[in-house]
Design a protein around this ligand. Structure first.
Ligand code: PLP
Length: 390
């Protein structure tokens, strides 16, 4: 996942170019007529859309902003119910609450993504949209989710923040539903430090996303910016030129990085085959995953805890599970659910038992782009050895 591993001279040069070659114009706001309308953020949008095989992309300031902007673009209104999953980064549910909608949360299955058998039972008359989250670079069961959405006439927003470049049945994640949200924060596959993007094939959704993220500006060619037309209340989620420049460089490096990461993972998987104590995560589409992490289930919570302790002793770390479990499992989010009427008198901590049972015995280990033979061997040997000591 970490695009930051690759940050180097090219990124530095691209940033300097904004000052040295492009006159220090740091934002495209109000400057559309300058630089012949050529902006790094616009180039980054186009390059991302091309890479992911989608028509429209709107850059914003973060993945969280992308989720909120996408919900607004879809026309989600206060009181609407939006279904997402118990295991995600807290941002997904924050965005739902931010637009005044009601978060309805499903369990997950062994893909660590939405449990589709739980999805349909959560649909009510108020449901307007589903947000499947593609956790750790791997697809949710998009075929089933799209089918259910179609049957109940629901919109689908894919949270592809962790899944840049991953696919489901050959299609880029984020491009399958009605709209998708990407993140370019420092821990993601392509990084601009902070940043995000809304992607869609629907011109209407795109225009609403563009307008919302720029105070409602329609960029009406008949008027100056000061006299621009407006049809909806917006906000400011504009991305800076410096981020656009960084994103373009990162994007150029991405495919090689993806290949390397997948290769590293294949070697590790090869090395840890036939270990009885661990059960590997399932995939909705194994070929399409990014390979940015190795995830497995232990028999119980105690064994998982012991596994992690022994990993630490070998100077190996985990990735979110268990180290940032609190920020990725809905059962902890008192700061959100205490504000939402339907959860006020409920003990939501115990709502998603199937998920917590699974997540508390899960270990996730990062797979880097740059791994030496030595570090791959240490990784494999450590897992093998620890598995005999549980
Ligand atoms: C990172 C992340 C986000 C939010 O992205 P930011 O750019 O950090 O705001 C949203 N959803 C998921 C699943 C994420 O991992």
């Amino acid at each position: 996942m970490p695009g930051y591993e690759l940050i180097g001279e090219e990124e530095k040069q691209a940033m300097c170019d904004i000052f040295d070659k492009y006159g220090g114009v740091l934002s495209r706001r109000g400057n559309l007529s300058r630089r012949n309308g050529s902006f790094k953020v616009s180039e980054f949008e186009k390059a991302t859309a091309d890479r992911l095989g989608i028509k429209y992309a709107q850059a914003v300031t973060s993945g969280t902003a992308a989720l909120k902007t996408a919900l607004i673009a879809l026309g989600i209104k206060p009181g609407d119910e939006v279904i997402t999953q118990s295991f995600t980064f807290v941002a997904t549910v924050e965005a739902i609450v931010e637009v005044g909608a009601i978060p309805i949360v499903t369990d997950i299955d062994k893909t660590l993504n939405m449990d589709v058998s739980d999805l349909e039972s959560k649909i009510t008359k108020k449901t307007r949209a589903i947000i499947p989250v593609h956790m750790y670079g791997s697809a949710a069961r998009m075929d089933k989710i799209m089918k259910i959405a179609k049957k109940h006439n629901l919109l689908v927003l894919e949270d592809a923040a962790q899944a840049f470049g991953a696919t489901f049945q050959g299609r880029s994640l984020g491009s399958i539903g009605d709209i998708g949200a990407l993140s370019f924060d420092f821990g993601k596959g392509v990084t601009t430090g902070e940043g995000g993007m809304v992607i869609t094939d629907d011109k209407g959704f795109y225009e609403r996303a563009r307008e919302y993220s720029d105070h409602g500006h329609q960029d009406n060619p008949k008027f100056s910016r000061g006299e621009d037309t407006c049809r909806l209340m917006g906000f400011n989620f504009r991305m800076m030129e410096l981020q656009g420049a960084l994103g373009l460089v990162q994007l150029k490096k991405f495919d090689k990085a993806l290949e390397k990461q997948r290769e590293n993972k294949a070697r590790i998987i090869d090395g840890i085959s036939n270990i009885k104590e661990i059960e590997l995560r399932e995939f909705a589409d194994k070929e399409g995953e990014t390979g940015d992490s190795l995830i497995f289930f232990l028999k119980n919570k105690d064994k998982a805890g012991r596994f992690v302790k022994l990993l630490t002793e070998k100077n190996l770390s985990t990735k979110n599970l268990p180290d940032a479990y609190k920020w990725h499992f809905a059962g902890f989010w008192h700061q959100i659910f205490s504000k939402v009427e339907i959860y006020k008198n409920k003990r939501w901590e115990n709502e998603w038992k199937k998920s917590s049972e699974l997540l508390t015995r899960t270990v996730s280990m990062p797979i880097d782009i740059k791994m030496s033979d030595g570090s791959i061997n240490h990784y494999i040997d450590s897992i093998r050895e620890i598995s005999t000591k549980l």
